[in-house]
Design a protein around this ligand. Structure first.
Ligand code: BGC
Length: 350
């Protein structure tokens, strides 16, 4: 195992951004940027021993700041949406930055994702990123210290461990927003990828993508991925929830509270034979099929077309501040947020 560092450019205020490259004995590499604690590339072997980069991303700081759609980024303080861009804690109302349709708070307006983090290398297989989000940032209460540790193992598992602590009661919900394409970056869409999600319920949404009503059973719907199914098989079905979001963009319910790390999803591609398993401690997972990608030029100038990558964003459910029936992610002052998600890659000929 080794960790090396190189310059990746500069933020508009002159802060230098670094790329940390974690590499194991198989030659698998994870590239992590201090901009947004972003996973920029994950390079792993396909069935022929060729290396493929299975992540969408960009080559420059400018591109990440102007057109990234949160690609590979660490997202917080609150991943996904909060309706009305406001909530109440202890009888006080907090107004957040409404960065979607002027109404909704999405991904906390990029607080974690588009700022420079600090990095240290505690050991030869990991990099630890840290960030300080001040009280009032995008309207959220509390000074928050957050640490994210990326660790690559010899058997091609990438573990991401998150810790966060606030000095005021606040909502904390962190995720990683990688867009995967197991055929390799820029090799067409992901509709032929097989996907399995071990969950019988999604949270249906309204036209602003805010959860509405009770969790919906996936039984008999295009949302049922309890058996391996191609992403593209039913994505255009005439289902009100698919029409609402223009394709899969929904939270799958995993558990009522955090639990020890367990497997929650798998995907594989017949072309590359690369498989990815997702394990998490968290209660929910957003399956987003890259419906809003519009051909922006990414790494090596290659365009990222609609549905050329998919996300499995482990998280607490969207809009929990307004949903006492959802697992809570309200953290008391001084109470630690902690979670782990693992993306485990393998490539075995059947
Ligand atoms: C959301 C999508 C959004 C994407 C990029 C996902 O988490 O669910 O609706 O387009 O992030 O911001």
């Amino acid at each position: 195992m080794s960790v090396t560092r190189e310059s990746f450019g500069f933020m508009p205020d002159g802060t230098e951004i670094y790329k940390y490259i974690l590499e194991n004995g198989k030659g698998t590499q994870a590239h992590v940027l201090t901009l947004g604690a972003t996973l920029q590339s994950f390079i792993t072997s396909d069935k022929n021993g060729e290396m493929r980069d299975v992540l969408l991303g960009f080559d420059t700081v400018e591109d990440y700041l102007s057109k990234s759609n949160y690609q590979g980024a660490t997202v917080g303080r609150y991943a996904n949406r909060i309706g009305g861009a406001s909530f109440e804690i202890n009888g006080r109302e907090y107004k957040l930055t409404p960065n979607e349709k002027n109404v909704t708070s999405l991904h906390s307006a990029g607080d974690f994702s588009y700022n420079a983090w600090k990095a240290i290398v505690p050991d030869a297989d990991m990099v630890e990123m840290s960030y300080f989000s001040p009280d009032g940032s995008n309207g959220f209460p509390g000074n928050v210290d957050v640490k994210v540790v990326f660790r690559l193992t010899e058997d091609n598992k990438l573990s991401i461990k998150y810790r966060g602590i606030s000095d005021k009661d606040t909502y904390l919900n962190f995720t990683n927003h990688s867009y995967f394409n197991l055929n390799g970056y820029s090799s067409g869409d992901v509709l032929s990828h097989y996907l399995k999600i071990d969950s019988p319920f999604i949270t249906p949404v309204d036209e602003l993508s805010i959860p509405q009503g009770d969790p919906m059973s996936v039984e008999g719907t295009p949302f049922d991925f309890r058996k391996f199914t191609k992403i593209g098989d039913r994505i255009e079905d005439d289902h009100v929830q698919l029409k609402m979001t223009g394709g899969y963009d929904h939270n799958y319910c995993l558990s009522d509270s955090q639990v020890p790390l367990r497997e929650v999803a798998q995907s594989y591609s017949e072309d590359s034979v690369i498989k990815m398993k997702v394990l998490t401690t968290l209660t929910g997972k957003q399956f987003y099929a890259g419906n809003f990608l519009k051909g922006a030029e990414g790494k090596n100038g290659k365009p990222m077309e609609k549905r050329s990558g998919f996300c499995l964003e482990t998280q607490f459910f969207p809009d929990t501040p307004h949903r006492p029936d959802f697992p809570s992610c309200l953290f008391k002052a001084g109470e630690e947020y902690s979670s782990e998600t693992v993306f485990a890659f393998s490539c075995e000929q059947e």
